[in-house]
Design a protein around this ligand. Sequence first.
Ligand code: F6P
Length: 358
Amino acid sequence: MKTRIGVLTSGGDCPGLNAVLRGVALAGEKLNFDVLGFLDGFEGLLPPGRFVMLDRRSTSGIMPRGGTILGTTNRGHFVAKIGTGNRAIVPVEVIARARATLNAEGVEALIIVGGDGSMTTALQMQEAGINCIGVPKTIDNDLEATAMTFGFDSAVATVADACDRLHTTATSHKRIMVVEVMGRHAGWIALHGGLAGGAHVILIPELKFQYEKIIDAIQAREAKGSVYSLVVAAEGACPAEGQPVMRQRSDAENRFGGIGDVVAAEIAARTGKETRCTVLGHLQRGGPPTTLDRILGTRFGVKAVQLANEGHFGAMVSYQNYQVRHVPIADAVNRLRLVPPHGEMVQTARDVDISFGD
Ligand code: F6P
């Protein structure tokens, strides 16, 4: 009888998840593992039979596809993170049901592909005696324990593409364009996407902004003959005197969104210039992964299987110094990597005349 391992995708989806699943299936086949793909995140562990077999045939052609063929959710019985930084305990009976399902199917190790919240759940399951291996995933690229996550590059490419398009229409109409991008706590997408997309102002959560400074930057451009400007705002960007703009506060994760419209209205009121806002939203999470994300996803998936084979349970795959390594899941959870306000990336942006409104 072959060794059986399981895999699931949990939390918000992102481009590159299917590359991970294909990597797990093919590397698993090589090691003579049967790979069970549980459906809809951790929820697939509750009722019996909520899985599909992942093998060469069922993962053929999935690498360029966005999303996850297994489905996912950031709600449900296993949510272990509430609000910002707060943790919840997954009920013991829920973990017991998951363990019973895994035991019934003879699954010896479970690969969990997810973000900080999912790793918090993984840690609790590991502590309850289930052999878990983590694969980090977030388009926000804000996990301290890994230098890079797949999905980020694809999101940045989407932002840069949107900026390219907005430049041309902004020039024609001599308008100010505001683009709202994802990034609740970390401004990596705004910073990289804005830099690649030739933004003139970038607003990130790490650097509180002042409207006067944004207006100064726009007017300085006008004084030099530039009749339009492009502002990229992370959804978590916040004025020095103010609060982040939320769509919805709840017991689960807070939903950010709306800062783009607020900034656009303020710019229009203060400059008298026509100003428009585009919210990229989930476009940043959808669509085919970039080549970089396909490769990183594949490497993460293969590494997770190797860790299972070597019995490195309680470990999370991590990208460090161009190598795929692993760290304890316990060291990875609840540690966000924010944009260093005085770091090289921010300085580079300032040196090409990008204002942070600070
Ligand atoms: O954490 C990833 C992320 O993409 C955030 O940047 C964004 O605020 C959030 O997910 C959106 O989540 P949902 O799909 O639940 O709206």
